[in-house]
Design a protein around this ligand. Structure first.
Ligand code: ADP
Ligand code: MG
Length: 713
């Protein structure tokens, strides 16, 4: 091998070449999860101990956790009457002595050799006049001399000490010195983004001279992880654009103008901005592939309709696909309402204008009516088609699908998105074009998370609510007394003609138990708190005609209260429902609670939401967040915080994942940098021809699973 050493080279070097790694150590390392030098070098320390900063033994205080670096002075083991082993250890530094005791860890006797240096972390207690730590965390640091000592993830099972790992890493890095480790990122880019080179980063993450050097190293290595992900995402996006010819829509035409000026309200500046972003895409030669995020009620429909009208203006068609029949029907009613009386400029028409035609297609549209509809769709007589996944069935042919809108993206898979997109492609023709696709979601995720999770899409955000909404008031209810006050308030509200939702406790383990819980809640409430009122029950296991019946009754105010499972989470729109109760609210996630709450506050009347928890003492941080704010983006940020690490891949995969350092939560700025760098790289070199090394690292490090994950989630 010649030239600088690549990651692939490192992956091809067995750990057995390292000094001190024989048969036995090799097996231990394999148990630990390390087989080659690349795995060794990317097994990053879990923490770093700065010797000059650590407590000295004389500083220890009983009852306060601390980390000390000490020398082992004496070790003894004995077994108690009931066959438990106890290992007593005396340690100390030049300021004093400390005792440590280990229960049922007989191997400590061998591990802690007299004279060795260890980092010990624990809470000392005064025991017979001496400070003593029970079962402290211990890391052997050997005779490492640097000021800052790396501490590696521990594995009791594998029995590889942090000291051994450090020694091998050092040995490996030393042996790379001569040839040098190659860096796939150009020096220009590194200096522009203020990133250290790869060799420096690898040395400093393991053996930093200073804590600042360690931070810089981490930043560079996390950047590399994110860059690989973003190059894949941006690359796919670009490939899609290059492979597909889009329609250059005529945007901003008369039809769109008429629509906007006929609205009974002024559009918000956020709506205007997003319409411009979309128009820009629609006019371009590549098909649009854009995600529209906007909280419930932010006015996504107007934006979607404007996009579809751009298609209609140029003689094409628009389609809107919703995840359920109820939602499709609601959209149909809503869109028809918005478009009532709108005339399409048409030069072929005697009057210069013609009526716009909007139709609904669900599985309920059958026989003659369906045949007629499909015929008119195929000959261009239908301008806008709204429906469920019935839209992507085989027999459905558009004359020319120009803009496809998909609502509530998380309900559809990637394949379904693709199927709708393909409705615009006549595969028999050489001049096939792909429709522009707009995906709408009411589940806000932070911008940088969107860049990763929806990395192959452009993202628009409706971050402003139309004026005149009374914000929903949210309360935390805990304990019997406040609960009965809550029911009383609900009864009063209902007596004024309004309606209420009651969401049943979530039981994730089983659908069946979930239904039972809903039926239980329904029965109990009918007999107790809500006696005498008209209650309806809605859950996922009911046949869809029964579900519809209940929904229709509720919408027509034949019911006062709808007791439901989370089936009401998406889209149900009943402006007269102004109260929502969520039982056992602490069982739900933030996003789910936010979606549920979005079912109220849809009319002019002030709405209220009560989040009930059984424990009056302990508040739930998620419930607190909902009480505090109605801003979906804020809540999404809190959610990410609360979920801790905010890792990009699911945690189960984490050990093996390429994303070892990068975190969605901590590395927002790095995600943006990596995105920008990837866009630049792909922009100049879409097939990575002159970026062989990056391409190779992606092949090496991102498993197909991980790549799929990036697109599926
Ligand atoms: P979303 O789909 O984002 O939840 P919708 O598009 O259903 O929201 O809009 C919610 C309600 O707000 C609808 O009744 C709609 O007519 C109304 N609306 C939309 N935009 C505006 C606006 N700019 N000003 C006032 N009302 C608006
Ligand atoms: Mg909507």
């Amino acid at each position: 091998m010649t030239g600088q050493i690549t990651l692939r080279d490192l992956a091809a070097i067995d750990v057995e070449v390292l000094k001190g790694v024989g048969e036995k150590r090799k097996a231990a390392l394999a148990d630990y999860g390390i087989n080659n030098v690349l795995e060794l070098l990317t097994n990053y320390p879990r923490k770093w101990v700065d010797r000059t900063n650590e407590a000295r033994v004389s500083d220890l205080v009983a009852g306060q956790e601390a980390l000390v670096i000490v020398e082992v002075r004496k070790v003894s083991k004995f077994t108690t009457k009931n066959r438990k082993t106890i290992v007593n250890v005396q340690v100390g530094d030049d300021s004093g002595r400390l005792a440590a005791v280990f229960f049922n860890q007989p191997w400590r006797e061998k591990q802690l050799k007299v004279g060795s240096q260890v980092a010990m972390f624990g809470k000392p207690d005064l025991f017979r006049g001496v400070l003593q730590m029970s079962n402290p965390l211990v890391d052997l640091i050997g005779d490492r001399t640097g000021r800052i000592v790396p501490i590696y993830p521990q594995s009791e099972k594998a029995q590889v000490s942090t000291w051994e790992l450090a020694t091998w890493v050092e040995n490996a890095l030393e042996r790379c010195r001569e040839r040098g480790i190659s860096d796939p990122v150009s020096a220009e880019l590194l200096s522009r983004y203020e990133l250290v080179d790869r060799t420096t980063a690898l040395w400093s993450i393991h053996f930093p001279e200073t804590m600042v050097a360690k931070q810089d190293a981490r930043r560079r290595l996390a950047f590399d992880e994110l860059l690989r992900v973003q190059v894949v995402l941006v690359g796919r996006k670009r490939a899609f654009e290059l492979d597909n010819t889009g329609i250059r829509h005529k945007v901003g035409g008369k039809l769109q103008q008429r629509f906007i000026s006929a609205l009974p309200f002024a559009i918000t500046s956020a709506q205007q901005r997003v319409i411009n972003e979309i128009d820009h895409d629609l006019a371009a030669p590549h098909p649009m592939h854009r995600l529209l995020q906007g909280d419930v009620g932010s006015g996504k429909t107007v934006v979607a309709v404007s996009a579809m009208l751009a298609a209609v203006q140029g003689g094409h068609q628009g389609a809107l696909m919703a995840p359920t029949e109820v939602l499709a029907e609601q959209h149909f009613a809503g869109v028809r309402n918005l478009l009532e009386g709108l005339l399409v400029p048409d030069e072929n028409n005697l009057f210069g204008d013609r009526q716009l035609r909007v139709e609904l297609l669900t599985s309920r549209v059958t026989s003659e009516r369906r045949r007629e509809l499909l015929r008119d769709l195929a000959n261009g007589g239908v301008d806008i088609l709204i429906g469920t996944h019935a839209l992507i069935q085989d027999g459905v042919k558009f004359s020319s699908l120009g803009v496809a809108v998909i609502d509530e993206q998380h309900r559809f898979g990637v394949e379904q998105r693709a199927a709708l997109r393909n409705k615009g492609t006549d595969t028999t023709s050489m001049t096939a074009t792909s429709p522009d696709v707009l995906i709408m979601t009411a589940t806000p995720i932070p911008r940088t998370a969107a860049m990763t999770v929806y990395g192959d899409l452009d993202v628009s955000v409706l971050d402003e609510m139309p004026p005149g909404r009374t914000p929903i008031k949210t309360f935390w209810v805990a304990g019997k007394k406040s609960e009965s006050e809550m029911w009383e308030e609900i009864r009063q509200t209902i007596s004024h003609g309004q309606q209420a939702f009651v969401v049943c406790p979530l039981i994730e383990e089983s659908d069946k138990l979930q239904v039972a819980s809903a039926e239980d809640t329904f029965k109990t409430l009918s007999k107790t708190e809500l006696k005498g009122l008209k209650l309806g029950l809605l859950h996922g296991r009911m046949p869809s005609n029964e579900k519809d019946e209940v929904m229709t009754k509720f919408r027509n105010r034949k019911l006062d209260v709808l007791v439901a499972t989370t089936v009401i989470e998406v889209g149900v729109d009943v402006p007269n429902a102004t109260c929502m109760v969520v039982l056992d609210a602490d069982r739900f996630g933030i996003a789910q609670l936010h979606q549920l709450r979005g079912r109220v506050g849809r009319g002019a009347i002030a709405s209220r939401c009560w989040l009930v928890t059984s424990d009056a003492e302990i508040s739930s941080p998620r419930v607190d967040a909902l009480v505090e704010s109605t801003d979906g983006f804020y809540l999404a940020e809190v959610d990410l915080e609360l979920r801790g690490e905010g890792t990009i891949m699911n945690t189960a995969q984490k050990g093996r994942s390429d994303l070892k350092l990068a975190s969605l939560r901590r590395d927002r700025d790095l995600i943006e940098l990596a995105r920008a760098a990837a866009t630049e790289i792909i922009g100049n070199d879409p097939t990575l021809k002159s970026h062989n090394e990056i391409r190779d690292e992606i092949d090496l490090l991102l498993t197909p699973d991980e790549e799929e994950f990036l697109f599926k989630n």
